[in-house]
Write a protein that binds this ligand. Structure first.
Ligand SMILES: Nc1ncnc2c1ncn2[C@@H]1O[C@H](COP(=O)(O)OP(=O)(O)OP(=O)(O)O)[C@@H](O)[C@H]1O
Ligand SMILES: [Mg+2]
Length: 161
C-alpha cells in the first residue's frame, strides 16, 4: 500500500491559520470527518473558524470553542459567495451542515454516546472534531486528519494526513 500523502505547512499567526482553514475548506465535500489533534492552544479552534467560514456555514466570529457545549452545529446558508458564481452555485447541491465537537471533556464512552452523533450520520455533513484522538469514531465517512503543533511563539505546524 502506498504511504498516505502527508503535507505540512507552518503558519505564523492566528490570522494565517484561519486563512489557511478557509482555503483548506475548498477540499472538503460532505460527508467527511475532519479529525483535529494537537496540544492545548495549538490552534484547533482557530483553524476551525477558518474551515467553517470557508464552507460558508458561519462567520469566523460566530465559531466559538465547544469546550463546554461539546457540539456546535452550523447550518450553511446558501452561498453568499460571489456574484460571478451564480450559475455554478445554482447547479450545486445545498451546502452541508457543519458539526464542530470538542472531545476534551468527554470522560467516558458513555458521555461520548450522549453527544447525539448518530443523528449527525443521518445527513452527509462535515464533522470537525477537536481532541479526536480521545475516542475512536466509527464511521464509514472519509476522514482527513490535521495535526497541529506549537512551532515557537506564534508559529504552528499543521500536518495533513
Ligand atoms: N499561528 C497560529 N495559529 C493558530 N493560533 C495561534 C497562532 N499563533 C498564535 N495563536 C494563538 O493561539 C491560540 C490558539 O487557541 P485555540 O483555542 O485555537 O487552540 P485549541 O487547539 O483549540 O486549544 P484547546 O485544546 O484548548 O481547544 C489563540 O489564542 C491564537 O490566537
Ligand atoms: Mg479548541
Amino acid at each position: 500500500m502506498p504511504n498516505p500523502i502527508m503535507e505540512e505547512i507552518i503558519t505564523h499567526s492566528a490570522e494565517e491559520t484561519t486563512a489557511w482553514g478557509r482555503e483548506f475548506a475548498k477540499r472538503l465535500t460532505a460527508p467527511m470527518l475532519v479529525l483535529l489533534s494537537g496540544d492545548l492552544g495549538s490552534g484547533k479552534t482557530t483553524l476551525t473558524k477558518g474551515i467553517v467560514s470557508g464552507l460558508g456555514a458561519a462567520q469566523e466570529d460566530e465559531v466559538t470553542s465547544p469546550t463546554f457545549t461539546l457540539v456546535h452545529v452550523y447550518s450553511a446558508k446558501s452561498a453568499v459567495a460571489s456574484v460571478n458564481d451564480t450559475a455554478a452555485s445554482a447547479a450545486q447541491p445545498a451546502p452541508p451542515k457543519v458539526y464542530h465537537a470538542d472531545l476534551y471533556r468527554i470522560e467516558s464512552f458513555h458521555d461520548f454516546e450522549t453527544l447525539g452523533l448518530e443523528e449527525m450520520f443521518d445527513t452527509p455533513s462535515i464533522a470537525i472534531f477537536e481532541w479526536s484522538e480521545r475516542f475512536p469514531l466509527k464511521s464509514p465517512w472519509p476522514q482527513i486528519r490535521l495535526h497541529l503543533e506549537h512551532a515557537g511563539a506564534d508559529s504552528r505546524r499543521i500536518t495533513i494526513s
